[in-house]
Design a protein around this ligand. Sequence first.
Ligand code: GLN
Length: 196
Amino acid sequence: VCELTAGLQIGVLAVQGAFLEHEKKLAELDVSSVELRERKDLDRSFDGLILPGGESTVQGQLLQELDMFEPLREQLQSGLPVLATCAGLILLAEQIENDDHRYFRTLPVTVARNAYGRQLGSFHTEQTMDGIGPVPMTFIRAPQITETGEGVQVLAQVNDQAVAVRSGNQLAMSFHPELDHDLRIHQLFLEMVSSR
Ligand code: GLN
């Protein structure tokens, strides 16, 4: 447990998808989660945000229906640190190649949904991530990052293609760090949050 990050409160979007797994990682790091399920949960105080994997279209629609989209977008625009995985990356992306929906658009990348072919829809690998070292990576019908804009740092690649990026306080990846036995990506995010 790290003294700097213990005691932080992290909002975890909990309308759909793999939010519990992120909460477990945070608990292992002695950090409490604030589950964001409805509009009034956004009034609670949290130092950072996690956008979990799941189904981006469903999450986007629920965010609108629950009146959570605009307030979250404003917080992201004003620099709230965010860790986004898989569907969460799609919600942040400025452009989505193969979908007409657009969501927060705060991260200057282009993604393609479900872009790892049917056979390889789900796979596991291990690659080096900048500042961390080799990390396990589980991909589940993951989006591909097909372009990165100005100020976007590529932190990891698989087959010469970016799978983890950082831009300012936004850390986003195609894979699911919450599904592997490794805390270092969550730890990196918490360090970003505590140094804000
Ligand atoms: N295929 C999902 C989407 O397009 C993302 C998959 C995931 O989050 N595991 O939203």
